[in-house]
Design a protein around this ligand. Sequence first.
Ligand SMILES: Cc1cc2nc3c(=O)[nH]c(=O)nc-3n(C[C@H](O)[C@H](O)[C@H](O)COP(=O)(O)O)c2cc1C
Length: 183
Amino acid sequence: MGLGGTFRQASSSERIVRAVLAECAAVGAETVMFDGPALAGLPHFNPEKPDRTPEEQALVEAVRGADGIVIGSPGYHGGYSGLVKNAIDLLEDLRGDPRVYFEGRPVGLVVTAAGWQACGTTLSALRDVVHAMRGWPTPVGVAVNSVEQKPFAPDGSLADDGIAAAVRAQARQIMGFRMEAGA
Ligand SMILES: Cc1cc2nc3c(=O)[nH]c(=O)nc-3n(C[C@H](O)[C@H](O)[C@H](O)COP(=O)(O)O)c2cc1C
């Protein structure tokens, strides 16, 4: 399952998450995407409010059932966006599961930012979140400088060979992930 993106029509972080999902789908994965507008439909997470909207339930169920997760965010002020954080906070609902949060699953991370500094800090921050939630960030994170690089061709396909290679490598790591017994 993929999660991320922004309100922007041509959100680069959303499109790169979708590209990772497409690579996974090409080798047999069933995929689902929660993009910026979908995440914007979630209420602000309130730990004291136990009832859930259908949209909140759908996101929690998608993560609960996923064998792999891809999270994408723009770098906003040096970190990941509030939209993405609000969705992640909702996953507190997985705290009591036999498989808590992201446990036992690979999590691919995608960041786009206007500068390299936010690419690095945002990717690193997301890795920390995945570790806190007991997931396994893939070794390959995809960080795209949306000003210096030209990630997309006019038809929307990936135009940059290096980005395309990173997307494929991340998808391979997600699809090839195997938990060691007892890990
Ligand atoms: C509110 C806001 C804050 C941003 N802060 C940063 C930043 O700190 N560093 C940076 O490199 N780019 C920053 N950017 C640029 C975005 O990270 C960049 O345009 C990104 O590719 C947008 O992702 P999207 O195409 O998915 O919307 C900011 C953009 C916005 C709208």
